[in-house]
Write a protein that binds this ligand. Structure first.
Ligand code: ACO
Length: 274
């Protein structure tokens, strides 16, 4: 239905435009229950800046309530080549500073700006939505972490994940370390991060980094199929179930059983309570 379709270029109209859409390098589209975020600077391999992360955070803050699935993808041959390398130069990214200017700030200021950047990634794990990263080509550093911040990863067979930060003297700080350890285990996460080596499609599938590997030409369709599957279940049950699954790691079996009981009581009341 055309009138039910909200299409917004450069992100949420008023918010992301305030973040210099060219530098933010994002497109944001909503089609009913599906939102799509497209990293849209293919000529720079979708390199990310602080404006990208602020724009992502604004999208999360203003996500229309009806959205159930968020797809994050990249235009062009690579999902994302990570942070914009201009950040490593003395000049930095115009209007956004550089690492050398940030290094003159106090620890609290640095922690605050890291936390602000992380806000662009964290909302993708909300129970109310399922986020899917559609990843082709390179997903390096911040690009790898953006893929890790999504609930699911569907990848093309040319995918190349690389946590390059330690090779550049940095740590991964865009929320990626926890999901990486949870997905692949501590030993494999140490191997991947501390060598900054590339993880190709076969290994990504084998170690649990990817749900699905498909030919590049089939990536869009594979994502569409997954979205349709996700939308086929009851919305409120999906939200409650995701909440349960997310909480499982931090609870004992007894606590988890009790949580299941509480969630089910709410479901039964909603469905049959009259
Ligand atoms: N920041 C800014 N510009 C970039 C970046 C980046 N991270 N990555 C690529 N580009 C630019 C290139 O400078 C080039 O621009 P130009 O055409 O104006 O010269 C353009 O994108 C295309 O890049 P190529 O290297 O020609 O593309 P190719 O497909 O051959 O290689 C690759 C892609 C492997 C991703 C390569 O560009 C690369 O290694 N990029 C840097 C990756 C990196 O170190 N990222 C930082 C990780 S750490 C972090 O994210 C915190």
């Amino acid at each position: 239905m055309a009138e039910a379709r909200a299409r917004q270029r450069g992100g949420n109209a008023e918010d992301v435009s305030a973040e210099r859409p060219t530098e933010a390098g994002l497109r944001f589209e909503v089609d009913g229950e599906i939102a799509t975020i497209t990293l849209d600077r293919p000529e720079k391999r979708n390199a990310q800046t602080f404006a990208t992360w602020s724009a992502l955070a604004r999208i999360g803050e203003n996500l229309p309530g009806q959205v159930r699935v968020v797809v994050v993808k990249g235009e062009g041959p690579s999902f994302s080549a990570g942070i914009d390398l201009r950040m490593f130069t003395p000049e930095g990214v115009p209007g956004q500073g550089s690492f050398s200017s940030a290094a003159t700030n106090g620890d609290t200021d640095i922690a605050q700006s890291v936390s602000k950047a992380q806000a662009g990634f964290l909302w993708l794990r909300r129970p109310e939505i399922v986020s899917i990263a559609a990843v082709q080509g390179h997903a390096i550093g911040a690009g790898f972490q953006l893929a890790l911040s999504c609930d699911l990863r569907i990848v093309a067979d040319d995918v190349k994940f690389c946590m390059k930060e330690p090779a550049l003297g940095l740590v991964p700080d865009l929320t990626g370390t926890k999901p990486l350890v949870e997905l692949v285990g501590l030993a494999k996460a140490i191997d991947i991060c501390l060598t900054a080596r590339t993880v190709y499609a076969d290994e990504a599938m084998r170690i649990g980094l990817a749900e699905n590997v498909v030919a590049g030409s089939d990536l869009e369709q594979a994502v569409r199929d997954k979205v349709a599957e996700l939308l086929s279940t009851n919305r409120d049950a999906a939200i409650a179930t995701k909440r349960l699954l997310q909480g499982a790691h931090g609870r004992s079996l007894e606590e988890q059983c009790a949580a299941e009981g509480r969630e089910q009581a709410a479901r039964l009341k909603a469905l049959f309570g009259g």
